[in-house]
Design a protein around this ligand. Structure first.
Ligand SMILES: [Zn+2]
Length: 76
């Protein structure tokens, strides 16, 4: 199950601008992806958010980019 998810989603997690801080189900695992406004992880072919756990699993480099961005903002 997890291997199948990995091959299905590994190339489709992207950063998009999240202009609405809403708790939505993660597009991969259905856990709540409660992301802040600003750059956030989404599936490339939709506006389904990707939660922190799936981001760490499938796109750790992008998580690093987002965390760096938030740090640079002096995250409130
Ligand atoms: Zn998830």
């Amino acid at each position: 199950m997890n291997d199948q998810h990995l091959s299905l989603f590994s190339s489709t997690v992207v950063i998009k601008y999240n202009n609405l801080s809403a708790a939505e189900p993660c597009g991969i695992c259905d856990n709540v992806a409660d992301q802040d406004v600003g750059p956030a992880l989404f599936l490339s072919d939709s506006f389904h958010q990707v939660c922190q756990i799936c981001g760490d699993t499938y796109a750790p480099e992008l998580v690093d980019v987002i965390n760096t961005w938030h740090a640079a903002q002096g995250h409130k």
